[in-house]
Write a protein that binds this ligand. Structure first.
Ligand code: DAH
Length: 340
């Protein structure tokens, strides 16, 4: 009996070796290890053996079963591996799907404009001085020679935080802060920053916008210094051939006060839609620092004089890129922002 088991095992192994394809595997399994397979049949035949032979034969049959099961699994694995390798070798597997592009961000148009303004003024020896966006009534108005109930307050529609605190309506309060910090030293600064006004939002006015203030304080500073500085700035920013126009104006914190225009760079002064057919574009307000303001900043007006100016930041960018609606600056629409 045991001898015939050995030869059966040998036969089964040889037959397994000859199995070459995946589809032949179940056929082999059914023949040898299946419910009616030849090894299973052996177990059934145990009943015909003598009680002495039976345990030994049973044990041997189990060994053969386990051995064949293991051999079957290993053989199956080997065939599968061979099939996979063959397919990898013959079929091209394209692993070159392009990655999803990450668009690099860039500076907001306003930031780009501010940097350009800063650069031009830096070349003229101006330092940057930054002051708070949330201001006191005292700084935003009173110290700038605009007492409570003064009609000039109507020039700035104001967001009030409470009775004494406002969102600054202009960068001019920075003049006072800068003078107080400079303690009697000459001053040549620009004060760029965000301002807020309680206004209806239209294509030409936002309730938030940037301004850039300038302040120069020294001995015998004159109106001609102011005009020369603005002229140099305009020509660096908008081209050497730009012409200036000075108009008398009124601001409570300067005396005398002026407004500065330049000839329209789009129509070269002939008149077009952008300059409303006047040939001129507004640049900003300016003037000689009012003695009261100098005094409020701690500078004796008998000894010191100065000039100041204030201009918009979005407006020049709008002119430059022919942007017709200021609301785009705060709309966060990437289709707009990506263009600059
Ligand atoms: N602060 C003024 C405004 O917002 C602009 C301005 C005018 C600033 C004259 C100045 C100046 O420094 O001298 O309308």
């Amino acid at each position: 009996m045991l001898e015939s088991l050995d030869s059966l095992q040998k036969e089964a192994m040889e037959s397994l070796d000859r199995v070459a394809g995946l589809e032949e595997l179940p056929v082999w399994y059914r023949e040898w290890l299946g419910r009616k397979g030849r090894v299973t049949d052996l177990s059934r035949g145990l009943g015909g053996l003598s009680p002495e032979e039976r345990p030994q034969a049973g044990q041997r049959i189990n060994q053969i079963k386990q051995g064949l099961e293991q051999a079957f699994e290993a053989h199956q694995q080997a065939i599968e591996n061979r099939a996979l390798e063959a397919s990898l070798g013959s079929e091209a597997l394209d692993i070159t799907l392009p990655g999803r592009p990450l668009a690099p961000g860039h500076l907001h148009l306003t930031t780009q404009t501010l940097r350009r303004l800063r650069q031009i003024f830096a070349e003229m020896g101006f330092q940057v001085f930054e002051t708070p966006e949330v201001e006191t009534d005292e700084m935003n108005f009173e110290m700038l020679n605009i007492p409570p109930y003064h009609p000039a307050r109507d020039m700035w529609d104001t967001f009030w935080v409470n009775d004494q605190v406002v969102l600054r309506t202009h960068t001019s309060p920075g003049q006072i802060r800068c003078m107080r910090q400079s303690k009697g030293q000459p001053i040549r600064v620009i004060l760029p920053g965000k301002c807020y006004r309680y206004e209806a939002i239209t294509p030409r006015s936002e309730h938030q916008f940037f301004q850039m203030e300038g302040l120069v304080v020294g001995h015998s500073i004159r109106m001609t210094d102011l005009i020369g500085t603005i002229r140099d700035f305009i020509r660096k920013m908008y081209g050497e051939s730009r012409k200036l126009r000075i108009r008398g104006s009124y601001f409570p914190f300067t005396e005398p006060s002026i407004e500065v225009d330049m000839d329209c760079m789009l129509c070269r002064g002939k008149g077009c839609r952008v300059c409303k057919h006047t040939g001129w574009l507004e640049v900003g307000g300016a003037g000689m620092v009012h003695p009261v303001v100098l005094q409020n900043g701690g500078y004796d007006p008998e000894e010191w004089s100065g000039f100041a100016f204030g201009m918009g930041v979005e407006r020049p960018a709008m002119l430059h890129h022919r942007i017709e609606d200021i609301r785009f600056f705060y709309g966060n629409d990437l289709r707009f922002l990506r263009q600059f």
